[in-house]
Design a protein around this ligand. Structure first.
Ligand SMILES: NC(=O)c1ccc[n+]([C@@H]2O[C@H](COP(=O)([O-])OP(=O)(O)OC[C@H]3O[C@@H](n4cnc5c(N)ncnc54)[C@H](OP(=O)(O)O)[C@@H]3O)[C@@H](O)[C@H]2O)c1
Length: 248
């Protein structure tokens, strides 16, 4: 059984909604201390209220797409506030459907800021030995099936998520000798507020027949994340886990 100690502190980004929220709730239930990051204070507060041990969850309101170059310093400031980190689940992200004929640099930049540049520079901060608890530290980045298989109309999102998967593997090779692990999870369709918006919902309805066990739940991704953050996965690094209910 997976369990954590209160002294194990994990950052969870995107903790106000969907996969990040489910991950924050699960890590808290399993005994860890959680630093929950997102922009929406009200939804973060609701998540904290739903925690089994709310006294072990701390809220940090932050736009991760702003001042990205300073993210490693932001991680350092969190370390000074809370202590060294046992790991991170980076679940913050945005999606986008834009045909290539409408793509421009601003659009690409917008998606890459949130879905690629921010997670990589946040990871740089966690991987810094001054900010983590050394051997056993584990990082999980939520990528997407769109980073592995192309989806019509999703040039920017697919590009950012693919880049995230391969960069994580590079980082894994650099930090393995410090006993620090990093893996990505690539879910296909998970029912969250992201997939319930009108554009994506239509795509989802077209794909529903692919899932004999139904559409995924945020908890499905959270369970795998908790395993990868735990010592039970201590020989697993540089992997990308496809979470698609066998649909491919
Ligand atoms: N749902 C799926 O089917 C699916 C499939 C494959 C991959 N994914 C990936 O899984 C991750 C989580 O998605 P989800 O479905 O859980 O979506 P969601 O319910 O929309 O949650 C997204 C989270 O990201 C946070 N976020 C977005 N932009 C941010 C920013 N600039 N700064 C700080 N926080 C930000 C949001 O918080 P605030 O709005 O409060 O800031 C929210 O907590 C994403 O990376 C997504 O690409 C999802």
């Amino acid at each position: 059984m997976i369990s954590f100690q209160k002294e194990q502190i994990f950052i969870v980004t995107g903790a106000s909604s969907g996969i990040g929220k489910a991950t924050a709730l699960l890590l808290n239930e399993l005994g860890a201390t959680v630093i929950a990051i997102a922009r929406n204070t009200e939804r973060l507060t609701q998540m904290k209220a739903g925690c089994k041990y709310p006294e072990n969850t701390y809220i940090e309101v932050k736009d991760l797409a702003e001042n990205i170059d300073a993210l490693p310093d932001y991680v350092k400031s969190l370390k000074e506030k809370y202590g060294k980190f046992s790991g991170m689940a980076y679940c913050a992200g945005i999606t986008d459907v834009t045909p290539v004929s409408f793509i421009d640099f601003e659009k690409l930049q917008h998606i890459f800021l949130t879905d690629y540049f921010a997670p990589i520079l946040f990871t740089k901060g966690i991987a810094d030995k001054r900010n983590n608890s050394g051997t056993g530290t584990s990082i999980v980045l939520i990528s997407s099936m769109s980073g592995v298989y192309a989806t019509k109309g999703m040039t920017a999102y697919c590009g950012a998520k693919a880049a995230l998967i391969n960069s994580a593997k590079c980082i894994a090779k650099e930090i393995a000798n410090k006993g620090i692990r990093i893996n990505t999870i690539s879910p296909s369709d998970i029912e969250t507020p992201m997939t319930m918006n009108d554009n994506i919902k239509t795509l989802l309805e077209q794909r529903i027949h692919l899932y004999p066990m139904g559409i995924g739940k945020a908890e499905d991704a959270a369970n795998l994340t908790a395993f990868l953050l735990s010592e039970k996965s201590s020989w697993i690094t540089a992997q990308n886990y496809i979470l698609d209910c066998g649909s491919i």
